[in-house]
Design a protein around this ligand. Structure first.
Ligand code: C2E
Ligand code: MG
Ligand code: MG
Length: 390
């Protein structure tokens, strides 16, 4: 089970223990006669499924457990939610002994956490051979102190003129094995509670770079990504206030991206945080818009300045009539609410043109440019642009 640290910190150990106990009961309730549901460690559980008809049966059980774990739990006046990562293995087809069975299930479970899946059937490649995943589990924690993180910038462009209007800061981990993308280490970083350092690092880099880049374009902005732990465990607003204090920049040059899900997890706290950012003068944005659980009822009340339409809609906008209608509607919705709209993940000219014609003003994606290091961004996107316009 994940999320217990947060619960213990925010609501106390009693709430944490009760949540674990409720989950344990649910697990016992789905065990059939002959199965065993056991708590084998603090937040570690095992379900032994005896003689499953075939392996799909165990995966169905895993899916069901993941779903049960993530149901809302009400304890006194608190409403909270856990999350399970589940590794599955089979005896005798994968493991040779009971000990190996548990070991493989644990490896599968750790793998899930790194790739942010809810459950996985053990595969040999999850072992150390697939270095990046399991190996990175340990190194990520020290990476920040060792200065192994790099911030890359991807341009956000005006779809009419193709001029850069801003950039998104996207972090990479420079490990011994090369550049590792955030999807492979963010959940581990979150678990090791080192996420606050990453936020501090990325926000600082962004503020420093934008203070230089505003010389080329005074309305240039940099977007940074926040995670749910930045809202729940760290005081995002305080961190950014500190950063703004260090760099003499106009706060509206910084945009903070959050996702719908992050805000909806704890709607009051989410709104407070977004409002706090806006009060500092920072702009706020909803990332991957359209993929979280529907928030139209809340959207009206959210203190946001921008929405970023998720790549999954943009990808097929020129081919799929339904996606086209969805995007058109979202653009209209944003307009009606006076929000900026950014289309993410534009990979070809056709898509860029189609979006511009649909009234979308800002775009981002490989078609315009991939994320690149700061120095290169400045040379290719800012110096060049000023030369051309003067
Ligand atoms: P995101 O914020 O939605 O960022 C967009 C992701 O899509 C980036 O992946 C970017 O490289 C990729 N992308 C951009 N244009 C295209 C395109 O045309 N086609 C395709 N296929 N992909 C495109 P990246 O850099 O791997 O980041 C993944 C996610 O990790 C980000 O999604 C963001 O949620 C998170 N992340 C990145 N940097 C940070 C950070 O500094 N802090 C935090 N908390 N999260 C970060
Ligand atoms: Mg983003
Ligand atoms: Mg996105």
């Amino acid at each position: 089970l994940n999320g217990l640290n947060k619960i213990n910190n925010r609501f106390g150990y009693l709430a944490g223990d009760t949540a674990i106990e409720i989950f344990h009961q649910k697990l016992q309730a789905i065990a059939r006669p002959g199965d065993k549901a056991i708590r084998i460690g603090g937040t570690l559980f095992a379900l032994l499924v005896k003689d499953p008809m075939h392996e799909g049966h165990t995966l169905l059980a895993a899916e069901k457990i993941a779903q049960l774990a993530s149901e809302w739990i009400h304890i006194a006046k608190i409403r909270l939610r856990l999350e399970a990562n589940i590794g599955v293995s089979l005896l005798p087809s994968l493991a040779d002994s009971a000990e190996e069975l548990i070991q493989q299930a644990e490896i599968g479970q750790r793998f899930c956490r790194t790739v942010d899946e809810r459950f996985a059937l053990y595969q040999e490649k999850f072992d150390n051979k697939d270095g990046t995943v399991t190996h990175s589990l340990f190194d990520a924690k020290h990476a920040i102190e060792n200065g192994e993180f790099r911030v890359m910038y991807q341009p956000k462009v005006d779809l009419k003129t193709s001029e850069p209007i801003g950039a998104e800061a996207l972090v990479r981990w420079q490990s011994g094995e090369g550049l590792i993308s955030p999807q492979n280490f963010l959940s581990e970083l979150e678990r090791s509670r080192a996420m606050a350092h990453l936020l501090q690092f990325v926000a600082n880099s962004a503020a420093r770079d934008v203070s230089r880049w505003c010389r080329y374009k005074d309305d240039f902005s940099i977007s940074i990504n926040a995670t749910s732990s930045d809202i729940e465990d760290t005081d995002l607003v305080e961190v950014l206030k500190g950063v703004l204090g260090m760099w003499d920049i106009d706060p509206s040059r910084i945009i903070v991206e959050v996702t719908e899900t992050m805000v909806m997890n704890d709607i009051d706290k989410g709104i407070d945080t977004l409002r706090g950012l806006q009060e500092l003068g920072i702009r706020t944005s909803i990332d991957d818009f359209g993929t979280g659980y529907s928030s139209l009822a809340y959207l009206r009340d959210l203190p946001i300045d921008e929405i970023k339409l998720d790549r999954s809609f943009i990808k097929s906008v020129t081919e799929d009539a339904i996606d086209k209608r969805i995007v058109r509607t979202l653009i209209a919705l944003a307009k009606a609410m006076d929000l900026s709209v950014v289309a993410e993940g534009i990979e070809d000219k056709k898509t860029a043109v189609a979006l511009a014609m649909m009234g979308c003003k800002i775009g981002q994606g490989y078609y315009f440019g991939k994320p690149i290091p700061a120095k290169q961004f400045e040379d290719e996107w800012l110096k060049k642009a000023t030369v051309e316009t003067t």
